[in-house]
Design a protein around this ligand. Sequence first.
Ligand code: SF4
Ligand code: SF4
Length: 86
Amino acid sequence: MKIPLGGVAAPGSSRLNKTGGWRVFYPEFLHIRCTDCGLCQKLCPEGCVFRQDKKVYYADMDYCKGCGICAEECPVDDIEMKPEVR
Ligand code: SF4
Ligand code: SF4
């Protein structure tokens, strides 16, 4: 999506930007201690965390920008940020 200089993106348009290209770190969902609290999904600013099954969450890497909020907020440290290898 092209945003004009000084312009503002239209609301709800974040899915048009594949923000995964910004990533320097990526979240690794360990699937060991997850309690299914859903915080990672609720707090991800890109809305790119999905629940695949009970206690199994994953991030859509096309959109994950590697901000680390999910890992920081996971109450049982079941998400680790790892350096991205490109
Ligand atoms: S690192 Fe940031 S963008 Fe990626 S899944 Fe976690 S909260 Fe979402
Ligand atoms: S924040 Fe942690 S414990 Fe909660 S659903 Fe996500 S991975 Fe599981």
